[in-house]
Write a protein that binds this ligand. Sequence first.
Ligand SMILES: Cc1cc2nc3c(=O)[nH]c(=O)nc-3n(C[C@H](O)[C@H](O)[C@H](O)COP(=O)(O)O)c2cc1C
Length: 331
Amino acid sequence: MLRVGDIALKNPVVLAPMAGVCNPAFRLIAKEFGAGLVCAEMVSDKAILQKNEKSLQMLFVDEREKPLSLQIFGGDRQTLVEAAKVVDQQTNADIIDINMGCPVPKITKCDAGAKWLLDPNKIYEMVAAVVDAVQKPVTVKMRMGWDEEHIYAVRNAQAVERAGGKAVAVHGRTRVQMYEGTADWDIIRQVKESVGIPVIGNGDVKTPQDAKRLLETTGADGVMIGRAALGNPWMLYRTVQYLETGELAADPTPREKFDVCMLHLDRLIALKGERVAVREMRKHVAWYVKGIKGATKIKDQINQFDSRDEIKHVLYSFVEELEAREAVEVI
Ligand SMILES: Cc1cc2nc3c(=O)[nH]c(=O)nc-3n(C[C@H](O)[C@H](O)[C@H](O)COP(=O)(O)O)c2cc1C
């Protein structure tokens, strides 16, 4: 069983932290679809300390989502530690995760995110300072290195362990790769062989079979799924089931997809109000309809959506037409 400090997870399937996606609305769905652990979107240490309203809202954790990992990022020791204390003392999160993988320049130029990957000593110091200041288990999510010439994943993970980190998630890409190329799972294996703390493998897990292969070939203790769960929380459920029983559950029907899409939207509305939720939901609708035959018709309308009822109308008129056509074909 995968344990992070004293937090026991019911299975090794982890929803990856994703900015702009992993808020309580989606995380709760991921949890209901069986994920053993859900990760929240990254929050800036400085924004927490400045009491930025949006960032403080990002610290909200619904009891039903637990266990949950809340991720912070930052480049300065003092602000990172102070923000970690806020998460430790004032939130319902179970785990404090530190972002050491974000590749975007806005983050790395502040010496945060993937910038740390170049300096195992900094990793040690920063993680140790956070661990000393909090009660909750501290984990780190990292890319395998900055670029091809600086792949320090093993040294970096060992620094995390020495500093008292309770688990490390490894995305098998460099910062320079952004999301190009394919994730290198062998580096996950190398990290697993070099540390005693749990290792969670991440990158390009697109199917339940991929998840099994990652766990088997790397020896990792957990598997983290990001993009494959977008608009497709069934990926989490099907992976958990496949790992437990070897059975592959059927893919959802379009109607099932739209039912969950509407549930997602309604939860977002409860969280952020209809105007903001509908805007935010546009990208999710595009993900939910991905792979449905004829759904380009929906995609073309997405940017004009401006109410819940409009989204509902477009989705269900489409599915009713589709089901009517399929019924005719069956006859
Ligand atoms: C939209 C999006 C937002 C992301 N935001 C974060 C984030 O806030 N923190 C983080 O550590 N990684 C973030 N990531 C990286 C993912 O957690 C994950 O490492 C990456 O997508 C590779 O996994 P995958 O191939 O399963 O998607 C993000 C990825 C995506 C696609």
